[in-house]
Design a protein around this ligand. Sequence first.
Ligand code: FPP
Length: 239
Amino acid sequence: MPENMQPLPRHVAIIMDGNGRWAKQHKFEIAMGHRRGVETLREIVRCSSDLGLEVLTLYAFSTENWKRSQAEVAALMGLVLDFFHSDIDELNERRVKIRILGDTDALPGPQREAVRGAQEITAGNTGLQLNIALNYGSRDEIVKAARDLASLVKEGRLEPEQIDQSLFASKLYTAGQPDVDLLIRTSGELRLSNFLLYQNAYAEMMFPEALWPDFSVEQFRAALASFGKRDRRFGGRNA
Ligand code: FPP
């Protein structure tokens, strides 16, 4: 690994934004933008796995994305299904471990089955932890964690005083994983969009202008190198 990438972030999270604008720019159907987006996704996963990154989280579908047209939702769901069918062997060979963040119960049957299978097949892998946020909303995730803890208190299995940050984090979809170190949102938009609100507390953020289908491995590596130069203080002061 080139020296200028040290220290590597342990956890990189990406909001893959700009597929729609990319399709519009090229006078393609929106679905084509998402299809090209999957190609970028594949390259970024390969690069992360090659670099030995610990955790990569990709925002694929939010709880709000159901509001898009039926055709666009169907296109996205079709891509999710294709991806897990076509890429699972390569991911498994790379020892990638897949975790889905989000409410998978509300996914259509075939997608639910595909993500369940992908998580099961890769469960014992020790390479890149690949989180795919699917039907994910961070406020929902936080409320669910609060509800789980409240149930334990109600059942008499937990005292309210025992609830601390690490117990709370253990009830999130990212349980057991490090906080996000680097958040990247492509396409120049400067929003978090209900993504990993708890886990991003001390994340460094980068907002490259490139639309997601145009975002390259070189730009990704440049972002990682730039992260290595940032002065992270976590609220304290560095000498
Ligand atoms: C944002 O672009 C992107 C999405 C809502 C979907 C991202 C999904 C993929 C790249 C592929 C599906 C995932 C898997 C796991 C195969 P946008 O359409 O909101 O862009 P716009 O703001 O330019 O319209």
